[in-house]
Design a protein around this ligand. Structure first.
Ligand code: SF4
Ligand code: F3S
Ligand code: FES
Length: 254
């Protein structure tokens, strides 16, 4: 009883939290992956972004992690927070326990500590899936752009909210087993260009890109992607719809 009372902070005393961080620098041959604890006095409204910055400023300047916007827009701060892929800049320490474990997103190339190279994978996947508008019409620089139906624009906007954070790939069991799997983000991008009226590609063209086990038929509906997406994109619906449409193309081709 006495020991419990001793651990309880006095009123007005900040809670002391432990950030247990997986450290590793792959560029240093002497480095081995290990966990390191850092103690931080919690401030009101503290996010993991603030806590990590405080550690880097006052305890260990070598700690590596990424942040750009601090507002859930750039996607660079995704990491495993207590084992779950999430955005560190949008996570309040008050919503977590006294000990918080942090690790880099799996699947992506590790730069160091909590920093991973999602950009390299995103760029490679975008090139592979040709995620830009393909239009066969001759270019007329003087012509006005054709207006788009508001419903189409809204549907595209909804899928364009993806911030390329990589949480869906890190939370997908298939991606951990199959290196070339395009993940929910890749399938979401295909779904986005498929509904874009400016894109003249056919379902047969999209089938060429993702009509295999590295694409829509490799997805085992594990739905981790849907659960962890910080933008709450309708990934489950999009993948199921795309699978149905491309399965018809596959059956036609048999
Ligand atoms: Fe992140 Fe969601 Fe985009 Fe995946 S689909 S990269 S989880 S925003
Ligand atoms: Fe992976 Fe999501 Fe499919 S978690 S297996 S892409 S439903
Ligand atoms: Fe940009 Fe977190 S820092 S999303």
């Amino acid at each position: 009883m006495i020991s419990i009372l001793r651990r309880r902070p006095k009123p007005g005393t900040p809670r002391r939290i432990t950030l247990r961080i997986l450290r590793h620098n792959p560029a240093d041959p002497a480095s081995t992956p290990h966990q390191q604890d850092f103690l931080v006095d919690e401030a009101e409204g503290m996010t993991l972004f603030i806590a990590l910055n405080e550690i880097r400023a006052t305890q260990d300047p070598s700690l590596q992690f990424d942040f750009v916007c601090r507002a859930g827009i750039c996607g660079s701060c995704a990491m495993l927070i207590n084992g779950r892929p999430s955005l560190a800049c949008r996570t309040l320490t008050q919503d977590l326990g006294d000990v918080i474990t942090l690790a880099p997103l799996p699947f992506f190339e590790l730069i160091g500590d909590l920093s991973v190279n999602t950009g390299k994978w995103m760029r490679g996947t975008s090139e592979r899936l040709q995620t830009w508008v393909h239009n066969d019409a001759p270019v007329d620089l003087d012509a006005l752009e054709a207006p788009m139906a508001p419903a189409d624009a809204e549907a595209i906007y909804e899928l364009d909210r993806c911030i390329e954070c990589g949480c869906c790939v890190a939370g997908c069991g298939t991606a951990q087993m199959r290196e070339r799997f395009v993940g929910a983000i890749g399938l979401n991008k295909i779904a986005r260009f498929r509904i874009d009226p400016r894109d003249t590609r056919s379902d047969e063209d999209f089938y060429e890109l993702v009509g295999d086990d590295d694409g829509v038929f490799g997805c085992m509906s594990l739905l981790g992607c849907h659960d962890v997406c910080p933008k709450q994109l309708p990934l489950q619906t999009q993948i199921a719809f795309l699978r149905r449409k491309l399965a018809i193309v596959g059956l036609r081709g048999d």
